[in-house]
Design a protein around this ligand. Structure first.
Ligand SMILES: *Cc1c(COP(=O)(O)O)cnc(C)c1O
Length: 230
């Protein structure tokens, strides 16, 4: 697994370089290693390499891994979350990056209440407006965020998440990241302490240096860091 360590070194260097270009502190940027394409052994190797944030997008596959690894690491749920999976997710995952509709917020609230937990969530925003993407429309974000904090006290809104369109021209995604940062500022301007949303979860393998330049605090890196088996 030396290869993994090499990729990790390289990525950290790229993050540091991107931070230097815009005067950011690399310690503000956390990397979530997305292990959805790889098996249990590779997921364990990621943890063994000292990477502790693990991202998974399907509960059916993540839960057995989590159990086999006895909860090592900090787990991030990054995929579309079905309501009937919430109960499996909130007891294992520290972060949910994909809060994208009110019915899901209600289910998280009710399950978290029963489990006597607070759940850290990112609101997923569909900045690009692509129909294939989940997420709240930018113009509906303020109302949605207000409604969540008013009615779901078990949900701690820690930030905003977005997925940029797929492209082989990384520069094309910059406006989408910039827009997410603006939306963050708009929420912060409301002056509600529950909507300080300090974090931005944006940037994947294809575009993470640009996401760093635009203010990402969580990167979600699959292929470029962990590789792919499927
Ligand atoms: C799969 C996935 C990633 C990682 O994708 P890569 O392009 O392999 O880095 C990041 N975020 C989400 C929401 C994903 O589903």
């Amino acid at each position: 697994m030396d290869e993994l360590r090499q990729r990790w070194e390289q990525i950290r260097e790229n993050i540091a370089t991107a931070c230097a270009r815009v005067g950011r502190d690399p310690n503000e940027v956390r990397v979530v290693a997305v292990t959805k394409y790889v098996d249990l052994d590779t997921t364990r190797a990621v943890l063994d390499a000292g990477i502790e944030d693990i991202g998974e997008s399907r509960a059916q596959e993540a839960v057995p891994k989590f159990e086999a690894l006895k909860g090592r690491g900090v787990w991030h749920f990054i995929g579309h979350l079905q309501r009937n999976k919430v109960k499996d997710v909130i007891n294992r995952f520290t972060y949910i990056h994909s809060l994208d509709r009110y019915s899901l917020a209600k289910e998280i609230q009710s399950r978290a209440e029963k489990a006597d937990k607070q759940v850290k969530c990112f609101i997923q925003v569909n900045v690009s407006g692509e129909e294939s993407k989940h997420g709240i429309a930018p113009e509906e974000l303020t109302d949605f965020a207000r409604e969540v904090v008013e009615t779901c006290p078990r949900i701690q809104v820690v930030g905003l998440m977005t997925m940029a369109p797929k492209t082989d021209q990384p520069e094309e995604v910059r406006p989408f990241f910039r827009r997410l940062k603006q939306l963050q500022a708009e929420l912060q301007k409301l002056g509600d302490t529950r909507l300080q949303v300090p974090h931005l979860s944006m940037g994947m393998s294809q575009d993470y240096p640009i996401a760093v330049e635009e203010g990402a605090t969580f990167l979600r890196l699959g292929s470029v860091l962990v590789g792919r088996q499927k």
